[in-house]
Design a protein around this ligand. Structure first.
Ligand code: F6P
Length: 550
């Protein structure tokens, strides 16, 4: 379906039907829905790979789901999906194919971009990464002085940091614990300082991750890292080869920086930054967990890719999650979406999803170039339970906002925890189940009164409930399960972008700030006159210079 000629989303009959249905449902209560459908708790579930997805605690009926699927059909979500999998240039504003799914396609698959099968190239890079990771892990790859590499510092930002940094935390139990792996992203020098201050340069490998190799934060940090290394080693430029590798699409810039392109692991312009951690961008992760576990993770991604590509609408989990987001964002005015993992290892998962979702779907102009007049991507937020329960859950339970939430939990702890700690897992998961129950069903004033609560306190102790949640439950958190989870969210984001008719694969919104920062920097350092600076910023810059004694 052509993005330009498509009927405006909110003029489609399927949209109007949903709006009418929403009105008819009014303030339908989850209590009523469960009373009307005693098997709802097991009926409203789907399985994909190792993930069991329970969507029974949503403000939906069979009719809602049918109407949402009709909207997906009318907006040709599956047509765009097929175009993506085929390697068509669906990222129109950048004239690029969107083929992160090719990064986890099995050897032997055929996926063409501009008439060329990209799969052999993907596996050639994976093999090269594997050989390099093995050399570092075994000690065969040594530093300039012949010392074994014990520290790996990934330098990158956005998609060149968040994915590998998140996955490293998730898969810590699978890592070689004799290696120190750190991630530096912020141009605030404190980030690099804290990452290297206790490291021996002779034992340190820097992995410079940048798709473009022009990102100012990364190049600045990489340059400072090189200075730190060469000063520490009292060595010349030739030491760089053993301590710096690059992950990039830009061989020219890598060479210009002084990294031998033999030590460059390439990827391609059809891999978006926020969709890239299963490409060469995952090298630091692969060094930490080993090539086998990395490939297991890729298999997990692929399993969900295949599900998304082939499962019918009724049982397609990414489609369902995308549609539920549309239901709340467009028909219930929900502004945000919480992702609440009950796993300490998933501590950076939601931060990773923030880029995936908000950089993809934080758009207000459609693929037809016209301003949208419907809501697009939500604010995505959240941290692991149970910590959040003692911080912001109060607002979800009793505040004035509707906040749909995903709860992600596991039946078994993954790690060989210290003796005694495994038993704590049941307590963690008791909280997990208790929260979605409390959010869905609340506590009525009658129930509160029955507990003998004084009348004045009854309204305060009442929980209105009716807060929708999805529960995602898996046996344990393996590399494959991580791949499955990430692919699930990638495709959910895709579904929503397709419905909203926005380009989920560009990110023009990050450009203006970058340009202005470059212009403002000379004003801070040299007091240069910056034409066009507004009154507020001019005064702030003057104050900054005064505080710096300039
Ligand atoms: O924030 C904008 C962005 O382009 C992201 O999409 C990307 O992940 C990040 O910057 C880093 O870019 P690069 O990998 O080219 O350094």
């Amino acid at each position: 379906m052509n993005a330009e000629s498509r009927t405006r989303l909110n003029q489609m009959p399927e949209w109007t039907a949903l709006a009418k249905h929403r009105e008819e449902l009014g303030d339908v209560q989850l209590r009523e829905l469960f009373a009307a459908g005693p098997t709802r708790g097991s009926d409203y579930t789907l399985d994909v790979g190792d993930l069991h997805v329970d969507y029974s605690k949503h403000l939906v009926t069979d009719e809602t789901l049918r109407l949402l699927r009709e909207l997906a059909a009318a907006t040709d979500v599956f047509g765009l999906r097929d175009a993506m999998f085929r390697g068509e240039k669906i990222n129109a504003t950048e004239d690029r194919a969107v083929l992160h799914t090719a990064l986890r396609a099995p050897r032997g698959a055929v996926i063409e971009v501009d008439g060329e099968n990209v799969v052999p190239g993907v596996h050639a890079v994976l093999d090269k990464m594997g050989a390099f990771a093995d050399k570092v892990r075994s000690g065969e790859w040594t530093g300039h002085t012949g010392k074994r590499i014990k520290n790996v510092v990934n330098v990158g930002i956005g998609g060149s940091d968040l994915g590998p940094a998140m996955a490293y935390e998730v898969l810590r139990p699978f890592t070689d614990r004799s290696l120190t792996v750190r991630f530096v992203s912020n141009v605030d020098g404190a980030d690099l300082h804290e990452a290297v201050r206790d490291l021996d340069p002779a034992e340190t490998l820097f992995v410079i991750a940048s798709k473009t190799f022009t990102t100012i934060e990364t190049i600045t940090n990489a340059t400072s890292a090189r200075d730190w290394l060469l000063t520490g080693l009292r060595a010349g430029q030739d030491a760089v080869a053993k301590h710096f590798v690059a992950l990039s699409t830009n061989a020219e810039k890598v060479a210009e920086f002084g990294i031998d392109t033999a030590n460059m692991f390439e990827f391609w312009d059809w891999v978006g930054g926020r969709y890239s951690y299963d490409s060469a961008i995952g090298l630091s992760l692969m060094i930490a967990i080993g090539p086998d576990a990395f490939r297991e993770m890729l298999d997990g991604f692929h399993l969900v890719d295949e599900h998304f590509r082939t499962a019918p609408a009724e049982s397609n989990v990414p489609l369902l999650l995308g549609l539920l987001g549309v239901w709340y964002g467009n028909f219930h005015d929900a502004q945000s979406h919480a992702v609440l993992p009950y796993s300490h290892y998933l501590s950076r998962f939601t931060a990773y999803l923030q880029q995936l979702d908000m950089e993809s779907n934080g758009k207000s102009v459609g693929r037809d170039g016209k301003k949208v007049d419907w809501q697009t991507g939500p604010v995505v937020w959240g941290t692991p339970g149970t910590n959040g329960q003692h911080a912001y859950y109060q607002l979800i339970h009793q505040g004035t906002k509707l906040i749909p939430a995903d709860f992600i939990g596991f039946a078994e702890p993954v790690a060989d925890l210290l003796p005694g700690l495994v038993a704590q897992h049941d307590l963690l998961m008791a909280n997990f189940f208790a929260q979605t129950q409390a959010l869905a069903f609340g506590k009525t004033p009658e129930e509160v009164r029955a507990e003998g609560v004084p009348e004045a306190l009854v309204p305060h102790k009442t929980f209105q409930g009716n807060h929708p949640t999805t529960t995602i439950l898996a046996k344990t958190l393996t590399p494959s399960v991580l791949g499955q989870l990430v692919a699930l969210y990638e495709h959910k984001v895709f579904v929503q972008g397709a419905i909203w008719n926005i380009d989920s694969f560009d990110q023009w919104g990050v450009e203006l700030g970058k340009v202005l920062a470059k212009r403002i920097e000379p004003a801070l350092t040299e007091g240069a006159d910056v034409p066009g600076l507004d009154g507020s910023t001019t005064a702030l810059v003057a104050k900054y210079r005064q505080l710096r004694g300039r």
